[in-house]
Design a protein around this ligand. Structure first.
Ligand code: 2AM
Length: 178
């Protein structure tokens, strides 16, 4: 039987920023608000690939390696929730064009390679809490954190000993921000 890996492309959130996000979350949400995502797992998904064979992974890596586009700056200045999926998230009021282009390209490559893609439009977000309480009220973010983006990352999602870990498998450099 072929081994499958659960894969996705995402933007890594630098460690210092992950810690800042976690401090903001702890200050604004009581423990009963929902299940917090571990600091090291905070990321922004660009394209979810699902369960992928080694051959398909190589094909997706080759395609992603051909992407040429400049880096960009992501401003985290928005927070919201999706009551149906019971998720609270951080995001950006004005997604940079480079972010939208990169996600569109990776999603199109994934679709062409036979990975199921959600018909939902791309909504850039960092999941903060899962299984949120229905009474959750989100505070206004009150910050504008700037994250320069110089690369994107292929991650494997692994579940062991009751915990999900996202393991970076490969990094793809973007060109210098223009
Ligand atoms: P989420 O944070 O919005 O839940 C690893 O699981 C990453 O892939 C998570 O960021 C998750 O998004 C995303 N993901 C998981 N399952 C997905 C699916 N079926 N469609 C799109 N994205 C998915």
């Amino acid at each position: 039987m072929t081994d499958l890996n659960r894969l996705f492309f995402a933007l890594e959130i630098p460690k210092a920023r992950q810690q800042e996000i976690v401090r903001w979350r702890a200050a604004h949400f009581p423990p009963e608000a929902g299940k917090p995502v571990a600091a090291a797992n905070l990321h922004m998904t660009l394209a979810f690939l699902g369960e992928v064979s080694a051959e398909k992974q190589q094909a997706l890596v080759d395609l992603a390696g051909r992407i040429r586009q400049p880096g960009f700056t992501l401003r985290l200045d928005d927070a919201g929730q999706w009551p149906r999926s019971r998720v609270a998230w951080l995001g950006t009021r004005q997604p940079p064009r480079g972010l939208l282009q990169l996600a569109a390209m990776l999603r199109a490559q994934a679709a062409r390679s036979g990975c199921w893609q959600s018909p939902q439009p791309f909504h850039p977000h960092i999941t903060l809490l899962r299984q949120t309480d229905s009474a959750l009220r989100l505070p206004a973010p009150g910050f504008c954190w700037e994250c320069p983006v110089t690369e994107f990352v292929l991650y494997a999602s692994r579940f062991s000993q009751g915990r999900t870990r996202y393991q970076p498998l490969q990094r793809f450099a973007l060109d210098k921000e223009s």
